[in-house]
Write a protein that binds this ligand. Structure first.
Ligand SMILES: [Zn+2]
Length: 323
C-alpha cells in the first residue's frame, strides 16, 4: 500500500516535471513580454515583439479579462499570427514595397476607441496600426483582414482606393487565399450548431476544423437568393445595408456584401490574373468596363453562376432548399 502510494506520488512528480518542461519551452519563451518604454507606456505598459508585429498590451485590458485568460488568449493568437501574416504577404508578393515594417497591434478590449462599438478590430491608416476589440477571439477573427488593409493601404506599390476594393481584397486574402490559422484556432467564431453541420457534411479540413471557405462561399451564395431579401448585411462600402431585389438583380460594387466581395476577387483573379486585378484596385464603373471589357453587373453575374455551381457540388444549395 505504502509502496503503491509512493509509486503514485512518483508518477505525479514525473507528470508535474513534464508539465513544467513543456510550459518552460512553450510559447512563453518564444515570445517575451517586455516592458514598453515608448510614449504610450501609460496605457500599454507591456509589449511583445514578433517577426511581423509589435503587440501592445493594455493595462486595463489585462485587468478586464484577468491575467490568466488574457495571457492564454494572447499566446493562442501568437501561435499562428506571424505565419498568417507571412502568407498574406505571399499573396500580395510582387505588389508590395520590399520592406514591410512590423505592424503595431494594440489591445482595446475595454473599448476606448469609438469603433469598438461596431467592429471586432480596426486598421488606422495614419498610425499604421491595428486595434483589437472585445477579446482575443473576436480580435483573432478579423486580424488578418486588418493586416491586409495595412499591406494594401500602407505597403503596396499599387493604388487601392479606400472603400469597396480595399474590403474585397482584405476579405479575399484573409478568408479565401489564406487558411487563416489564427481565426481557425477559434473555429472561425462558428457556433456549435454550425460546427456540427460542417462535420456532418464533411466540410472540414484534414484536422477536422471547419473548412471556412465552404462557409464563406455558401453564405455569399445565399445573399443572391430570394430568401435573403430584407437581410441586413455589412457591405464593402463599410456600411450596414439591407438586401433588396434591385441589388440582387442589378448589383452595384459598393453595395455587395463583404462575403460576395472576397469571392468576387477570387473570380477575377482566376479569370484575369493578379497582374491585371491587383493593378486595378482603384477603378470605378467606367474603369471596370475598360479593364475587363465587361460591366460590373456582367462580371458579377458570371461569378454568381460559377459560385452556384460550386455550392451545388458541395451540397449547400440542396441543404438550403431543404432537400
Ligand atoms: Zn476592412
Amino acid at each position: 500500500m505504502k509502496k503503491g502510494l509512493r509509486g503514485v506520488a512518483f508518477m505525479m512528480a514525473l507528470v508535474l516535471a513534464l508539465c513544467c518542461t513543456v510550459s518552460a519551452l512553450g510559447e512563453g519563451q518564444k515570445y517575451q513580454i517586455e516592458e514598453n518604454t515608448g510614449d504610450n507606456q501609460k496605457n500599454y505598459p507591456y509589449k511583445v515583439v514578433t517577426e511581423s508585429a509589435v503587440l501592445y498590451l493594455g493595462k486595463e485590458d489585462i485587468e478586464l479579462l484577468g491575467e490568466e485568460a488574457f495571457y492564454d488568449g494572447m499566446y493562442k493568437l501568437l501561435e499562428n499570427m506571424d505565419r498568417d501574416f507571412a502568407e498574406a504577404r505571399e499573396v500580395m508578393k510582387g505588389f508590395l514595397k520590399d520592406e514591410v515594417a512590423p505592424i503595431s497591434i494594440y489591445t482595446d478590449f475595454i473599448g476606448r476607441a469609438e469603433e469598438a462599438q461596431f467592429y471586432s478590430g480596426y486598421y488606422y491608416g495614419p498610425e499604421k496600426g491595428i486595434r483589437l476589440f472585445h477579446n482575443w477571439e473576436q480580435g483573432a477573427s478579423i486580424l488578418l483582414h486588418e493586416y491586409t488593409h495595412y499591406l494594401t493601404y500602407g505597403c503596396a506599390t499599387v493604388e487601392v482606393t479606400a472603400g469597396a476594393w480595399g474590403e474585397c481584397i482584405a476579405e479575399y486574402v484573409s478568408k479565401i487565399a489564406c487558411r487563416n490559422y489564427t481565426a481557425r484556432a477559434w473555429h472561425y467564431g462558428l457556433m456549435e450548431e454550425e460546427k456540427t453541420v460542417f462535420a456532418a457534411n464533411g466540410w472540414v479540413d484534414e484536422e477536422g476544423y471547419p473548412d471556412y471557405r465552404v462557409y464563406y462561399h455558401g453564405v455569399a451564395w445565399m445573399f443572391g437568393q430570394p430568401f435573403a431579401i430584407d437581410t441586413r448585411y455589412l457591405a464593402v462600402c463599410d456600411n450596414m445595408m439591407t438586401m433588396t431585389k434591385e441589388q440582387q438583380e442589378h448589383p452595384m460594387l459598393n453595395s455587395i456584401s463583404d462575403l460576395e466581395g472576397g469571392c468576387f476577387i477570387e473570380f477575377l483573379l482566376e479569370h484575369y490574373g493578379k497582374d491585371l486585378v491587383f493593378t486595378h484596385l482603384n477603378i470605378d464603373g467606367k474603369g471596370i468596363r475598360e479593364t475587363y471589357g465587361k460591366s460590373f453587373e456582367e462580371l458579377f453575374t458570371e461569378w454568381k453562376q460559377e459560385n452556384e455551381k460550386r455550392c451545388e457540388e458541395w451540397g449547400i444549395t440542396a441543404l438550403a432548399n431543404g432537400k
